[in-house]
Write a protein that binds this ligand. Structure first.
Ligand code: 5AD
Ligand code: SF4
Length: 448
């Protein structure tokens, strides 16, 4: 890390701007990139116009994420015209796509530094090279067998944090770009994870989210995810969440550990993607609707109050409306607390990109609307059962529109708004639910 001090000697009074797109793993990378920049002597700013260094940490999961990023990167051309000393950098999943790299090299020539989601620790070296050699530097190479530890991190929150446990994905679902841009699965050592969790707890953190594209295939030093969960629970940190779990790898032992341990939230994100077996096979998900439902049934047997959420793709190539209706009926059977739904977006180089559609975009959109309608009703019905009950809420912040309205989450991940003041932030409060809506709950704090 000597490049950190080398850059520190080169820059004085400089400001850095970092914008992260996408998932929690990318957010965690963004916190590390901010940590590196801060260690190099930059102060961080939220205003891109006053920045001397600007970094876009990108997401490639769907077409619209990429469109947004190219829009954002274009704006920096104007900022650079006003401030020629501005250094523009790009990292994250998009830089792992060959066609994006080519476009950056040839069209977006105001981008000075490009690196990947798998070599964020290269930033100080690349910045040093750029500043001293005054040339564009591109480096997205990485060693798939190595997990770099001890990268300085600047967390966005002082009470909840993401903790990566594994990187990459080996599943190659046919629609997904992640295995191509994030590479093969590799796990952190259990001891490194525990050290990080203990240190977060000692610094006053209340909640952690164990992160990985597929946490259930965690294998750190021969230990599986259930064993890791037990050890993380033993640290005594107050709330533990984890995501994402692939249904084909969710070991029943993980559910048993969840059920036994008070500090593991009774909250499971279990992406199903489709309720139809032919579509699931075409997506290469390697489980059936029946297998999925049997996991849900067992999980609820162990934890009757478990909150379950999922991801769904509508309009996968070849999906008919009759097949889509199997997804609707699955929603009725499982009764998810919430769903994250997406219209299929073809990604370059994935098998699904070449698959043929049977539905038009209009028909897909209509199915998507039907899905939302069904889920909104179910979420609303589930939320009604919260009325009059008291829940322990971790207060996460103040409402954007009312400084005396606080917002927090229950163990199951439901958003609760209640009256209070800034002293609640980062603290637990017992909140009695007085009103329920489709997306959130209203309540009154009765004690803290
Ligand atoms: N199109 C639409 N949605 C996608 N997802 C992943 N790839 C695509 C794609 N090509 C969704 C899946 C996944 C979530 C993170 O994003 O539902 O679980
Ligand atoms: Fe993508 Fe499937 Fe891996 Fe999830 S499990 S990151 S959807 S390939």
């Amino acid at each position: 890390m000597s490049y950190i001090s080398a850059v520190k000697r080169l820059i004085h009074n400089k400001k850095a701007y970092v914008r992260t797109f996408g998932c929690q793993l990318n957010e965690n990378d963004g916190e590390k990139l901010q940590g590196l920049l801060s260690a190099m002597g930059y102060s961080l700013t939220e205003d891109p116009e006053e920045a001397d260094f600007a970094l876009l940490n990108t997401c490639a999961i769907r077409e619209n994420a990429e469109k947004k990023t190219f829009g954002a990167i274009g704006v920096f051309k104007h900022y650079k015209e006003k401030n020629p000393g501005l250094v523009v950098a790009m990292s994250g999943c998009m830089t792992g796509e060959p066609h994006v790299l080519e476009r950056l090299k040839t069209v977006y020539r105001h981008v000075d530094i490009v690196f990947g989601a798998n070599n964020i620790e290269a930033l100080p070296r690349l910045l040093f090279q750029h500043l001293t050699e005054n040339r564009r530097v591109f480096d997205t190479d990485y060693d798939e067998t190595v997990v770099t530890e001890n990268i300085p991190t600047l967390h966005a929150s002082s009470f909840k944090a993401g903790v990566p446990v594994m990187y990459g994905c080996n599943n190659f679902c046919t629609y997904c770009i992640v295995p191509y841009v994030r590479g093969r699965e590799r796990s952190r050592n259990t001891e490194d994870i525990l050290k990080e969790v203990r240190s977060l707890r000692e610094s006053g953190y209340k909640e952690i989210m164990l992160l990985g594209q597929n946490v259930n295939s965690y294998m750190g030093g021969g230990e599986a995810f259930a064993a890791l969960l037990e050890k993380v629970s033993d640290t005594g940190i107050e709330r533990i969440r984890f995501m994402t779990s692939h249904p084909k790898d969710l070991n029943p032992q993980v559910l048993r550990v969840m059920a036994e341990r008070d500090n593991i939230c009774k909250c499971l994100h279990l992406p199903v993607q489709s309720g139809n077996n032919r579509v699931l096979a075409s997506m290469n998900r390697r489980y059936t609707r029946e297998k999925y439902l049997s996991i849900v049934e067992y999980a609820r047997e162990l934890m009757p109050d478990l909150s379950i959420t999922t991801d769904i793709i509508v309009g996968f190539p070849g999906e008919t409306t009759a097949e889509f209706e199997d997804t609707l009926s699955l929603l009725e059977t499982v009764r998810y607390d919430a769903i994250f739904s997406f219209i299929f977006s073809p990604r370059k180089g994935t098998p699904a990109e070449k698959m043929k559609d049977v539905l038009t975009e209009k028909e897909k959109k209509a199915n998507f609307e039907r899905l939302l309608e069904v889920q909104n009703r179910i979420s609303g019905e589930i939320n009604k059962t919260y009325l009059g009950k008291v829940y322990r809420v971790l207060c996460e912040g103040t409402s954007k529109t009312d400084p005396f309205m606080m917002t927090g989450r229950t163990e199951g991940g439901k958003i609760v708004n209640f009256k209070g003041d800034a002293s609640f932030v980062g603290q637990f409060a017992d909140v009695k639910i007085t009103e329920t809506k489709t997306w959130n709950l209203q309540g009154e704090a009765i004690c803290r």
